[in-house]
Design a protein around this ligand. Structure first.
Ligand code: MN
Length: 138
């Protein structure tokens, strides 16, 4: 057993990977042979990931606020607390907060020697982001 007290600093999501203010707390980071990692991610209003893909897929579970996500070629979807989203392996997508609400989700990822956790792509443009169905927030 290994108890890690609340001593791990929150990391600010780097601008190479995120638009806006994003804060990341490491929830699980077990050594090999475990392949799982988990992060609690706070997206401030308007903040979102860049387009990206996960070679071994990703599950996110929304815990607070109102969020948005989109797979390449699909509509922008509203996600709320209690919603669980599976992004399939190598499916290009993004996720983040609504323009006027923060969003918090737990993100669960896998990786191994042959598969990165994530492969980052280009930023989500304001034009792409503004396609969000804002009327659904209320
Ligand atoms: Mn993702």
């Amino acid at each position: 057993m290994d108890i890690v007290r609340s001593s791990i600093s929150t990391v600010e999501g780097p601008s190479a990977w995120f638009t806006g203010d994003v804060y990341i707390d490491a929830v699980a980071a077990a050594p090999e042979p475990s392949r799982v990692s988990a992060n609690l991610v706070h997206f401030m209003p308007g903040a979102r990931t860049h387009w990206h893909r996960h070679p071994l897929s990703q599950t996110v579970f929304v815990t607070e606020g109102v969020g948005l996500c989109q797979r390449r070629g699909g509509p922008v979807e509203v996600i709320r607390p209690g919603d669980r989203v599976l992004f399939d392996a190598d499916e290009e997508h993004w996720h983040g907060a609504a323009p006027d609400r923060l969003m918090v989700h737990l993100a669960i990822n896998e990786s191994d020697d042959a598969h990165d956790v994530v492969q980052w792509l280009e930023p989500v443009t304001n034009e792409e982001y503004s396609e969000a169905p804002t009327a659904e927030h209320d």
